[in-house]
Design a protein around this ligand. Structure first.
Ligand SMILES: Cc1cc2nc3c(=O)[nH]c(=O)nc-3n(C[C@H](O)[C@H](O)[C@H](O)COP(=O)(O)OP(=O)(O)OC[C@H]3O[C@@H](n4cnc5c(N)ncnc54)[C@H](O)[C@@H]3O)c2cc1C
Ligand code: HEM
Length: 400
């Protein structure tokens, strides 16, 4: 339990965290990843290298220090951290490692004059408090997930039943549990964790479930990233009949229940969770406006699948936007005719594709610059911010 004096000390470090938080968390990761090889598999090296993960953690620590007197105001942030941890199966035993490295980083970055014993003691107590909250919530999810039919804890072996190319860059994997047991349902928009061993190194990655729950298999759809360890391995090495280790579905970017029209806006591989949302929304009567951006026809995945749904469901309207004409496209007419628009989408065009009433549930996902633009456009077109949701295919960051 933090004393009132310790709370005051933690709050007094907010200005330091505002300016130096990223330096602190960068140093923290350097210490931890060098000295604790047992936690390395959890952390995506690309997110360390581009600074996204130190930035996300620095923001988390800053928000925590700011709200140390009103932790209830951290709701959204805590849920996001808990979901990410659960999807990668972070355990209580890992917390002391993070705690010790964080305190050491505070000491080394701030120096003995600022990081006095009182400051270190206050942050040690604050860390204990936050770790206790996260461990408690994560343990509850692990236990609850293992207790429901088809649920499990830790890794479960799945067979690759089918591997299907969806575009020049994206391939789907249909996964069935090897034990032949029941399969946990999930909410459309959620993602699984995948544990792989590539060149002798264990790695963990998240992939959105790209088809609605059906009780017998999960589908993930993976874009091959240039130089990407997991996606390169999945595309290049994994064959039908192979085994993949999965952690149960998690995530908060899920289709809200209700009868408001649904607006799904995706860029590139960001289409994956919106496909599961699309199919679940089409099981009811809700109007669905599906807008997808791709570079060109050859990298546009699931086009036929969405077109086919349009033919069957009059409540669906779909629109495609391409950046550039496709050179080697299978579409002889070229991508400009194949898309509903090319280049940057104006507010007027987007407005014409949205329902007349802006009382909608809107979801968007894609590269960060794309997401910034969509967020701004939805705001400018009057979609209430509380009714828009987004997800990141990596550590969370600010979009404003
Ligand atoms: C919630 C969530 C859902 C997701 N859903 C999907 C999905 O449905 N489909 C999908 O395809 N992806 C999805 N992702 C992304 C996925 O988890 C992986 O991040 C993605 O597949 C890339 O992983 P990788 O191992 O192939 O690439 P990485 O090895 O992580 O590399 C990514 C890029 O960084 C570069 N890089 C790697 N290491 C370094 C380094 N040390 N220095 C500099 N550059 C480096 C690589 O060259 C590459 O270009 C999701 C992510 C999250 C968080
Ligand atoms: C009080 C302690 C902790 C806090 C405040 C914290 C905070 C965070 C935050 C803010 C994120 C980013 C979430 C997002 O972007 O969606 C994150 C992600 C993550 N955390 Fe923690 N965390 C803590 C403990 C741990 C522990 C003990 C581990 C395990 C060693 C861990 C492993 C991870 C991993 C692997 C990610 C995802 C990294 C990535 O995307 O590359 N965290 N955490």
């Amino acid at each position: 339990m933090l004393t009132p004096e310790q709370r005051t000390i933690v709050k007094s470090t907010v200005p330091l965290l505002q300016t130096g938080g990223e330096a602190l968390t960068t140093h923290f990761y350097q210490i931890m990843l060098a000295e604790h090889p047992e936690v390395r598999p959890f952390f995506n090296q690309a997110h360390q290298a581009n600074g996204d993960q130190p930035r996300a953690l620095a923001n988390g620590v800053l928000m925590y220090a700011r709200h140390i007197d009103q932790l209830d105001q951290l709701g959204g942030l805590l849920a996001q951290i808990i979901n990410k941890h659960v999807s990668l199966q972070i355990e209580a035993a890992h917390y002391p490692i993070v705690g010790a490295c964080l305190l050491r980083a505070i000491r080394e970055v701030l120096g003995a004059e600022i990081a006095t014993d009182a400051v270190i003691d206050a942050w040690a107590a604050a860390y204990q408090q936050l770790a206790g909250i996260l461990i408690g919530a994560e343990e509850k999810i692990y236990a609850d997930t293992a207790a429901v039919p088809g649920g499990w804890r830790g890794a479960r072996a799945f067979s690759v039943a089918r591997k299907v190319a969806e575009s020049d860059e994206i391939t789907s994997f249909y996964l069935t549990p090897q034990d032949g047991g029941a399969l946990l349902g999930f909410k459309p928009g959620q993602y699984i964790g995948l544990r792989l061993v590539v060149d002798g190194q264990e790695i963990r990655r998240n992939y959105s479930l790209s088809a609605a729950p059906n009780g017998w298999d999960y589908r993930i759809s993976v874009k091959r990233e240039p130089g990407g360890v997991a996606s390169g391995y999945l595309h290049g090495q994994v064959r039908e009949g192979d085994t993949l280790d999965l952690f149960p579905p998690a995530g908060e970017f899920v289709l809200a229940e209700g009868d408001k029209p649904v607006v799904l806006i995706s860029g590139g591989v960001g289409i994956t969770p919106t496909l599961a949302m699309l199919d679940v929304a089409l099981q009811g009567q809700r109007p669905v406006h599906f807008i997808h951006f791709a570079r060109n026809r050859s990298v546009h995945a699931f086009r036929e699948a969405v077109d086919a749904r349009q033919a069957r469901h009059s409540q669906l309207q779909h629109f495609y936007v391409y950046d550039e004409p496709a050179i080697d496209s299978a579409d002889p007419a070229g991508s400009e005719q194949a898309a509903h628009a090319t280049g940057r989408l104006s507010n007027a065009q987007l407005a014409a594709w949205l329902p007349a009433s802006r009382d909608v549930d809107a979801y968007f996902l894609g590269p960060k610059p794309f997401m910034r633009q969509v967020k701004r456009q939805l705001r400018e077109l009057g979609v209430p911010e509380a009714q828009t949701r987004h997800e990141f295919f990596g550590p969370a960051s600010a979009l404003d």
